[in-house]
Design a protein around this ligand. Structure first.
Ligand code: NAP
Length: 508
């Protein structure tokens, strides 16, 4: 495609197994800037059509050589790149995120697709095992046993509002499911339907170029809640990938569990990513830590699942942190949020925290309509421990300093957290003893532990874990970022005494 950014005018249709399909009803997009467009509203009937096509495609796609699937993933990446200017144009208009962010996210998305292509070419993820037959073994012989990971079947993916590319139509969930050998049905996020459409167009082009079965990918635009509900309940869907709110994710998770055949729901729901600021580090560079925290807290208007919303610090160090963070946050102006709904949820969150018992204001600001401005609050460890609701995620640039009177109270506060995506220690050598006491506690709480850094900015690689105990994720054994994400869409199968000719290609 390439050409000028504004070459792209969305037609507003769903992509169902290679066909662009109109809807009986439409909804109008609500971009942060630029023109609004009409998009077809999804229906349970269209969900059924896409799922039936996905199941049909599985009988081919789930069995083709890994090299062919890898070429398909690489071609999707190429096709996304070919539409770079148009994706940035529609993405910035719909989400209000700056062009540099959309461009960076596009690189992450194509990098992720290529990483999965390389990962499946190598084949280590298959975890192939063989226990050869022991016919002479006493008292009983052992049969010949092979094991390999196989794809599970059609997967449903929900596009995330805060990552219109890297966690949406061709994002990490889609890339890992396609890499595993599973066809994908995406429910597009209604906050960025045009971005979803152009990325779906790139996937369609890749399907056509590489000769993949058409049902391997479908995109159904949102607009109504019954689309997502029908999708997770469809009997042909075998797993779900989701990033979004605790309320929405929990509702869909419950639907998955209530099915006559329950299926795994890999939801990433909410996290406040606590940081523990240990005394030696605070003495050496408390102001620097405060300024760094402010930068991480306000990145992308605070709309990151890894946003470090809570800083736990000894009372004696609290003022240093508060002053430095306040000074840095005061320089941050209003930033446009992804949707009106998210901006309004942010204001509700600010009000809820500010009304909490014992909560003091450090920095307040004014934010209207779809804008967010930073807020900073402080609360004692005792009041934090008495108010469980302060631990609920506020999606946006809000920071809460929890001041503890001593190390024992810091450990108690650490114990009080629910499951998190990340937990961070800021520490120097002299803090090692306290760090060693905190580590086993935070290890039980979070999927990723950091020292002397900030959790925003998630590396896509082999070792990454983006998940954690509930509510960070509904499935703590999994990650939604990094190559290990493929395991969500695989299941081990054991083959006992099967003739070689019948074993899966990957075992021959
Ligand atoms: P959301 O409301 O949970 O929506 C995510 C997706 O799920 C959308 O496709 C939505 O459909 C669908 N959905 C939600 N509830 C549903 C239900 N009961 N039945 C069927 N489908 C349902 O999340 P969001 O719109 O992205 O953002 C809202 C809030 O989510 C934010 O304010 C923030 O608190 C949180 N959030 C958290 C993270 C994180 O990483 N922790 C990321 C993004 C958002 P529609 O498009 O039709 O609404």
């Amino acid at each position: 495609m390439n050409g000028s950014a504004t070459d792209f005018t969305p037609h507003g249709r769903h992509l169902i197994a290679g066909d662009w399909v109109e809807g009986a009803a439409t909804f109008r997009s609500d971009p942060a800037s630029g023109p609004a467009f009409d998009y077809a509203v999804g229906t349970p009937h269209l969900v059924d059509r896409a799922c039936v096509a996905a199941e049909e495609a599985f009988w081919t796609y789930g069995y083709i050589a890994r090299a062919a699937r890898a070429d398909f993933l690489d071609t999707i990446a190429d096709e996304i790149e070919a539409r770079g200017p148009q994706i940035t144009w529609i993405g910035t208009a719909e989400t209000g995120l700056p062009a540099a962010r959309l461009e960076g996210e596009r690189g992450r998305t194509t990098g992720q697709l290529r990483l999965f292509a390389e990962h499946i070419r190598k084949g280590e993820y298959l975890d192939r095992r063989h226990d050869p037959a022991l016919p002479e073994r006493q008292p009983a012989s052992r049969p010949d046993l092979w094991m390999v990971q196989r794809p599970i079947g059609p997967v449903a993916v929900f596009g995330a509002s805060n990552f219109p590319l890297a966690f949406s139509t061709a994002g990490g969930d889609t890339a890992s499911a396609l890499a595993a050998g599973c066809p994908v049905v995406v429910k597009g996020h209604s906050a960025h339907p045009g971005t979803g459409e152009i990325v779906a167009e790139a996937i369609k082009a890749a399907v056509d170029k590489t000769g993949m079965p058409k049902g391997v990918f479908s995109l159904i635009q949102g607009g109504k809640r019954d689309v997502g509900q029908a999708l997770v309940q469809h009997p042909l869907i075998k797993a779900v990938g989701f990033t979004g709110s605790l309320g929405g994710g929990r509702a869909l998770f419950d639907l998955c569990a209530q099915r006559s055949e329950p299926i795994p729901f890999f939801g990433e729901l909410g996290s406040i990513n606590p940081m523990f600021l240990l005394p030696e580090a605070m003495s050496a560079r408390g102001a620097e830590i405060g300024a760094g925290w402010a930068g991480s807290l306000t990145m992308g208007a605070g709309q990151f699942c890894t946003n470090p919303g809570i800083a736990v610090v000894l009372e004696k160090d609290a003022d240093t942190l508060a002053e430095a963070a306040k000074a840095a946050l005061s320089d941050v102006g209003a930033q446009v949020m992804l949707t009106d709904g998210i901006a309004s949820a942010y204001r509700d969150g600010v009000e809820r925290v500010s009304n909490g018992t014992g909560v003091r204001e450090v920095l307040t600001s004014m934010c209207n309509q779809r804008d967010a401005t930073p807020f900073l609050f402080m609360v004692s460890g005792k009041d934090w421990l008495g108010n469980h609701a302060l631990g609920d995620e506020v999606f946006g640039p809000l920071g809460l300093i929890v001041t503890v009177k001593d190390e024992a109270e810091m450990l108690k506060v650490a114990h009080s957290f629910e499951g998190q995506l990340t937990a961070t220690l800021h520490m120097d050598d002299g803090d090692a003893e306290l760090g060693r006491k905190l580590l086993p506690i935070i290890e039980r709480k979070a999927g990723r532990l950091l020292a002397n850094g900030f959790p925003t900015g998630v590396e896509v690689c082999d070792t990454m874990v983006h998940g954690g105990p509930y509510p960070a994720s509904t499935n703590f054994g999994a990650t939604s970022v990094g190559t290990l994400a493929i395991r969500r869409f695989l299941r081990p199968v054991c083959y006992q005494n099967l003739p070689g000719a019948l074993l899966p290609e990957d075992l021959r």
